[in-house]
Design a protein around this ligand. Structure first.
Ligand code: ASP
Length: 328
């Protein structure tokens, strides 16, 4: 059961919203989904995911070295992750109970708190870029299903027929999930690689100290058509403000109830916790096996925490620190 302990009290310095940050330079962290990786992901699949993460991290680092903004870099990296069929986002998205694809994504700019989100996409090649267009070209934050598809066409974004997003592996995963009568990201069934989803996310702080978060997913295997998870919900699976940027992965329904991404930011802003303390507090207080996140702070700190047996993750900082990991 999820429980709430008292949050540790913290010293007052560094807690005000308008404090000038002492930045350690840019930093970037990305994830390729969390879950019971130890039991459910083959070594071949794990290797493929790591190759993808490494490649996407390099793209992000190169863009940061060219002084691209946090928002641009988070979008760029998530587009690249969406294009990898290994991950459950864009091409490679898992299937609904109807055998259809319903992709969703969210992007948020920390400085301005502008954000955009999309759900129910079945033909848009890069949902994260459509989320950014919603943010920049509409008076709204969140578009879904037919309206979002129409918006994509009106703006001439790249689309492809739904079949193009469906991989043979995901057809098999759906079959297995249906046979087990499960909506998969159920870590308790040892039924192969379908117990782990590979939602993707990227958080960035640029060398101006601006933070941005971007997250994209196909959701859960065998989800009901029309189901919306945590990824596109601002403050649940994705959030950024002047202090930090957070992207979560795991069981969407749990992440929504706990408003995971916003809770990390709130603990920093209202309680003065550090990025690491805040992220650990939020994840520790969730049911085991349900969630993980990557986060950066405006000071250039990075943290990657999860209560599952693993999370595909990678990060780099301007000072040369870099890490890529899968298991705990
Ligand atoms: N959080 C995603 C969802 O529930 C799944 C994932 O993170 O892999 O849609």
């Amino acid at each position: 059961m999820e429980s709430r302990r008292r949050c540790p009290a913290r010293k007052q310095e560094g807690t005000t919203a308008f404090e000038k940050s002492v930045t350690m330079g840019w930093a970037i962290a990305l994830h390729g989904g969390g879950g019971d990786i130890a039991r459910t992901v083959t070594s071949e699949r794990s290797e493929l995911a790591q190759v993808g993460l490494r490649h996407c991290l390099e793209i992000g680092v190169a863009a940061l070295r060219q002084s691209r903004s946090a928002l641009d870099v988070s979008e760029l990296v998530v587009r690249e992750l969406e294009n990898y069929p290994t991950f459950n986002a864009g091409k490679g998205s898992v299937l609904t109970a109807e055998g259809t694809v319903e992709m969703e994504a969210c992007i948020m700019d920390g400085v301005t708190k502008r954000c955009g989100a999309v759900s129910g996409l079945s033909t848009v090649t890069n949902p994260i870029s459509l989320a950014r267009l919603v943010m920049e070209k509409t008076p709204h934050i969140y578009l879904a299903f037919d309206g979002a598809e129409k918006f994509a066409r009106d703006h001439g974004v790249e689309t492809a027929s739904m079949e193009n997003f469906i991989t043979k592996e995901n057809v098999e995963r759906l079959q297995q999930a249906k046979e087990a009568h499960r909506v998969q990201i159920d870590f308790s069934t040892p039924t192969g690689s379908n117990c782990h989803q590979e939602t993707v996310g990227c958080v960035v702080v640029d060398n101006q100290g601006n933070c941005a978060a971007a997250t994209s997913t196909g959701g859960l295997v065998n989800k009901m058509a029309g189901r919306i998870g945590d990824t596109p919900i601002v403050g649940a699976g994705n959030y950024a403000n002047h202090l930090c940027a957070v992207s979560a992965t795991g069981r969407g329904e749990h992440i929504i109830r706990a408003t995971v991404a916003h809770d990390v930011a709130a603990l920093m802003e209202y309680k003065g916790l550090s990025l690491k303390e805040a992220a650990e507090y939020v994840i520790e207080h969730m049911e085991k096996g349900t969630a993980g996140l990557v986060a950066v702070s405006n000071k250039g700190e990075v943290t990657m925490v999860f209560n599952t047996s693993g999370m595909f993750r990678a990060c780099a900082r301007e000072d040369g620190y870099s890490e890529l990991g899968v298991l705990a």
